[in-house]
Write a protein that binds this ligand. Sequence first.
Ligand SMILES: NC(=O)c1ccc[n+]([C@@H]2O[C@H](COP(=O)([O-])OP(=O)(O)OC[C@H]3O[C@@H](n4cnc5c(N)ncnc54)[C@H](O)[C@@H]3O)[C@@H](O)[C@H]2O)c1
Length: 434
Amino acid sequence: MLPLPRPTRRTALKAVAVAPFAYTFTSAARAADEKDKPKIALVGCGGMGKGDLKNASKYGTVVAVCDVDASHAAEAAKPYDGAKVYGDFRKLLDEQKDLSVVINATPDHWHTIVNLAAVKAGKDVYSEKPLTLTIDEGKRLVKAVKESKRVLQTGSQQRSDKLFRQACLLVRSGRLGKLSTVTSVLPAGLHGGPFKTAPVPKELNWDMWQGQTPTTDYVPERCHTNFRFWTEYSGGTLTDWGAHHNDIVLWATNQKGPATVEGKRLVEPVKGGYTTPSEYEITFTYAGGFTHVCQSTKANTIFGSKSDKPVPRSQTDHGVKFEGANGWLFVTRGKIEASDPAMLKDKLSADEHKVYVSDDHMANFFDCVKTRKAPICDAETGHRSVSVCHLGGIAIKLGRKLTWDADKEEFTGDKEANGHLAREQRKPWTYDMA
Ligand SMILES: NC(=O)c1ccc[n+]([C@@H]2O[C@H](COP(=O)([O-])OP(=O)(O)OC[C@H]3O[C@@H](n4cnc5c(N)ncnc54)[C@H](O)[C@@H]3O)[C@@H](O)[C@H]2O)c1
């Protein structure tokens, strides 16, 4: 190690004179910097919420967390000194006047009410996917985000992944020739039951957890994590994973939505068990002249059946395949393949093919909070992508071919199908209250 130089009288005096100033300057700068950082609150402190918050905390200061399960809220607050803990997002929004960002990682049936309340209170929002529970919710949210001039990023993070962007560029550039078929493969959902009721855990506000959905006795399998396999709260993997892979279908093909849809469950649910389709196949046609088949993998190839608990998902079985006159392309998380591998070496310009470039979904959101530009997966984008999934769910329920007008966002001349665009809300929860 090199010996440290001995301080001379001159350097010692200089250090004494400068040090207090330097200290004052850096702490003042740090305080100013801290003051300018966006203040962040998390609503919905489950697995995804905690992950999103950790990611978001790189760009701002966490001031509050909120959950209807007090144990989840307490756990999420732990890493953040001074973060206030709430059990009701309305109180949080009311009290946290300096708040600028809400991370919404509640279950799907809560996304829209929390998002509407947040944007109406002037907050920017990072909302988890699937953005909505119904198509009607999406229309309301898009309008509210526009009117309030807020930034909303949907958590369909495959938009900020370079392999999915590359696939999108290749399809848009016409490298595959005229597109004939797109296949999105989604993991099969859980299939199981019947389940028993149980006493409500003391830390959980079960009535508020259910929110706008019909009230029912507490069943643990309806609540944390597995809520996504019940039609009251979600659309199953069709919306859970469809909000990722069907989003890529719309992005690559530059479409607003399909023209027709028909679909079926491949396995009937168990009475008293999970209600969302576990295995399914849906066929969409698009004005662009191609067919989109959205199908699940076989049950239990991704999720374990024996324990009825999700097991780690394979990163390879699901994904999106594009087939055209000149070849095919398959993309999934961490992998892209093509009939002609040379195609994958092509340098394509995002500008030329009008593709938004983001390499980090959360960073893109906070950048837009600063610049007020639209993020890569804004409310309209998130709404349109999950609408494809909702349309599939409605077609499965009705068991017939439906015709969709993507501009008007309604089924053509079909009162029965249009009746499924919205759902009844359990009082006191309404969109207008937000
Ligand atoms: N982007 C992704 O890749 C990705 C991955 C996983 C989950 N998600 C999404 O994140 C969301 C949450 O999923 P999860 O797996 O973390 O579920 P989870 O059940 O683990 O967490 C949800 C949390 O929200 C709480 N909650 C319910 N109602 C609330 C309310 N009104 N106010 C405050 N908190 C409330 C629950 O008590 C729970 O703690 C889902 O919409 C899911 O689709 C996205």
